[in-house]
Design a protein around this ligand. Structure first.
Ligand code: F6R
Length: 618
């Protein structure tokens, strides 16, 4: 959700704190973009600026009315929870005396009684945010304790919920203090300067050296020092690591949008996720799976927990893992999981899939699963994220930073990582011989080139999308692994182009959805390979059924599949690919279609309305 950046530099005031904060916010804007703000500690006290709307509005305001040089700064880009996206509700929020500034990500659940207490004590409020409660409490605690770190420790003990806070005080011009309670916060280690960010993108332009913090910790940064304490004030140490991508990975690199760039990153995302996970002779090397082989052999059920696109990746993986390993796999939306009293035991393997590793719904699901005795394996893209830290083992997807709010390359990398897991389990449990695993690995290895082939022909899809920019409803059908692809195609179109779109299992059509078909209704159909004749024939019948009722059919089919040609208004060809691998190619035209159609409508495909990249509140 919200993006947070903090910086402390040399004691001589300069424009660097503002420059660092604005650069960090530009890289973090994908986390939320309802409003943006900065606060600086200057020789004459705090200086702040904030504006509703995108970061560009804040930049304009700062050009018209520049802030003075400073020694430290904090910056915030907001995804509104409490209070509309207005200037007043934008962060930073200030204490009553205007000497302390706070920015915040997450939700303070007990803000109402605390606000009532403060109002009773005569504290004036200027916003509708829960953040302002923290600002006033911190201001009062500062007066009592005389120090920002002590004030933060005292206040976080009173706050409930999941949140990150950063604070600065006019009396401590060389300090920023942060608190992490179930919400992301990472430290960037510089030379004579230090940084805080809700993820490493906040400071990746300046340093790749980072420090991972634990939950319920408070961190104090100065130009020379980083001090970490637990919630009770006991000194603690974070885990130092080097970020394995640099600032260039998070720029558009010649593409018009991050979305386009990330769609084009997909061959590399798949290749990098496979890299180092096999020895070239067809043997899997998954040393990172720190769960004992004996435990994995005894698993009698897998439950995938995830949200949105990540859940669809899990849905695809279900088909492969069940087929290869003969273990039942359930796919559960993470936010439903813990509320339905799921049957989980120490023989259950919970696989949590998440690009950000910070999705609160998924975090709560894995905590619940571990409480029930299950082992949790995370398939995560973001190093050191909460889901990675709280799981028994992590299989990282090496997709690189995904900046566009809607997920594309992470989806392909998640399927790839889940397939590696499935093959590993299949071999470990004796369901597949090593040579069979080697054959599958070889097929996975061919995918980057096949995806590239589709990208080289993207113009065909773009032309169709542009011609369809005025459509108001699009349906997507798929069977078997094509079903989650249909769901993902519909999700991409909804979120990028704001068009009513629905994905269906093709077999469900006659049980209701076919009533939606009328003259001209566009229907995408994801067709399985003709080398699965029974499955293929069923889908070809489904195309005919909708076409007979007036639908305009846009068919995604394998090269050489002539059976579809007579019933398709448009055919997008994908390279010949084994059944279980098909989602990694069939989804690509759907991603391009959604992006191109949204662009043709003049929409912002990187930052669609109402969304945020990382959903860190439940
Ligand atoms: C859709 C999309 C979302 C995310 C979902 C989970 O394009 O991006 O549906 O897939 O919010 O996010 P992560 O993977 O970060 O847990």
């Amino acid at each position: 959700m919200c993006g947070i950046v903090g910086y402390v530099g040399p004691a001589v005031p300069s424009t660097r704190p503002l420059d660092v904060a604005l650069e960090g916010l530009a890289r973090l804007e994908y986390r939320g973009y309802d409003s943006a703000g900065v606060a600086l500690v200057t020789p004459t006290g705090l200086a702040t600026a904030k504006r509703a709307g995108k970061l560009a509005n804040l930049r304009e305001a700062l050009e018209a009315d520049p802030l003075p040089p400073a020694t430290a700064g904090i910056g915030h880009t907001r995804w509104a929870t409490h209070g509309a996206p207005t200037d007043a509700n934008a962060h930073p929020q200030l204490s009553a005396d205007g000497r302390l500034a706070v920015i915040h990500n997450g939700i303070i659940e007990n803000f109402a009684p605390l606000k009532a207490e403060l109002l009773e004590a005569g504290v004036p409020f200027t916003s509708e945010t829960d953040t302002e409660v923290a600002a006033h409490l911190l201001g009062r605690a500062y007066d009592e304790t005389g120090g920002l770190t002590a004030a933060m420790l005292a206040v976080t003990r009173r706050l409930e919920g999941a949140f990150t806070l950063l604070a600065m005080h006019a009396e401590e011009p060389g300090t920023v203090v942060g608190a992490r309670l179930n919400s992301p916060l990472v430290v960037g280690l510089g030379d004579g300067e230090n940084y805080l960010g809700s993820d490493v993108a906040a400071f990746i332009g300046h340093t790749r050296e980072a420090l991972e913090l634990g939950q319920d910790q408070v961190v104090t940064i100065t130009a020379e020092e980083v001090r970490v304490v637990d919630g009770d004030g006991t000194p603690a140490t974070g885990r130092r690591y080097t970020v394995d991508w640099d600032a260039n990975a998070a720029v558009k690199g010649g593409f018009a949008t991050f979305m386009d760039k990330e769609i084009h990153d997909q061959p590399k995302a798949v290749a990098d996720t496979l890299l180092g996970r096999h020895d070239g002779a067809g043997n899997l090397v998954l040393d990172e799976l720190r769960i004992e082989p004996a435990v994995l052999r005894s698993v009698d059920k897998i439950i995938v927990v995830a949200c949105g696109t990540a859940a669809y990746a899990g849905h695809v993986a279900k088909y492969a893992i069940e087929h290869w390993c003969r273990i039942p796999v359930e796919v559960e939306l993470a936010h439903e999981f813990r509320y339905r009293d799921p049957v989980v035991s120490e023989k259950t393997l919970v696989v949590a899939i998440s690009q950000s590793g910070e999705t609160m719904d998924t975090i709560m699901a894995i905590r619940h699963a571990r409480e029930q005795g299950a082992k949790v394996l995370a398939v995560v893209n973001t190093h050191g994220s909460t889901i990675a830290r709280e799981s028994d083992a992590v299989l990282y997807t090496h997709a690189g930073p995904e900046v566009a709010v809607a997920s594309t390359k992470a989806f392909l990398a998640q399927i790839t990582a889940c397939y590696l897991l499935g093959l590993y389990l299949a071999e470990l449990r004796g369901n597949k011989y090593a040579d069979e695993v080697a054959d599958y690995l070889a097929e996975l290895g061919k995918l980057p080139a096949k995806i590239q082939e589709l990208l080289d022909r993207e113009g065909e899809v773009r032309a169709v999308a542009e011609a369809m920019k005025d459509v108001t409803s699009v349906l997507f059908l798929g069977r078997h692994v094509g079903y989650p692809v249909a769901l993902e195609g519909a999700l991409k179109l909804k979120e990028l182009a704001y068009i009513h779109a629905e994905g269906f299992a093709a077999g469900e059509l006659k049980h209701g959805p076919i009533a939606l078909i009328e003259e001209g209704q566009p229907v995408f159909v994801v067709v399985p390979t003709p080398r699965r004749p029974t499955l293929h024939a069923k889908v070809v019948s489904n195309i005919q059924e909708v076409r007979a009722r007036g639908a305009r059919t846009l068919v995604i089919a394998e090269e050489g599949d002539e059976a579809v040609t007579a019933f398709a208004d448009v055919v997008f060809r994908v390279p010949r690919t084994p059944t279980l691998m098909m989602p990694l190619v069939t989804v690509v035209p759907l991603q391009i279609f959604a992006s191109a159609l949204a662009t043709a409508k003049g929409l912002d495909v990187d930052q669609p309305r109402n969304l945020a990249k990382s959903v860190t509140v439940e």
